[in-house]
Design a protein. Structure first.
Length: 118
């Protein structure tokens, strides 16, 4: 599907370019994005699982790659990610099913990348 790890690196680089050209746009996004961390009522893992479900329903590949990596970093399992994607599918039917497949591809890529070389 995609090389999710390389895509994430390229995406971050392009967003860095946007930050140089329109710093207030990126600062505003970062303020909204970090708002939930201040109260931390849901916890990072749950916020990332919600983010993945929303990423699927909005068809955002960039969101999928970023939030897949973050969900795994915060301890989400493949099963928990699949359950969150199930919520997206229930809410968004077929389109969410396609993007759920893309997200699971990203999960596999990140898990394979994190394994030590033999």
């Amino acid at each position: 599907m995609l090389n999710w790890i390389d895509y994430r690196k390229e995406l971050v680089g392009r967003i860095g370019e946007i930050a140089k050209l329109s710093p207030d746009t990126v600062k505003g996004y970062q303020a909204m994005s970090s708002a939930g961390q201040k109260t931390d009522l849901l916890g990072a893992k749950t916020r990332e699982l919600i983010s993945l479900a929303v990423a699927v329903t909005t068809h955002c590949d960039g969101c999928i790659t970023v939030h897949t990596a973050e969900a795994l970093k915060h301890g989400a399992t493949r099963e928990e990610i699949a359950e969150a994607l199930g919520v997206a599918v229930a809410m968004n039917a077929g389109a969410a099913m396609v993007y759920s497949a893309r997200t699971m591809d990203a999960v596999a890529a990140y898990l394979a990348d994190s394994k030590p070389a033999a």
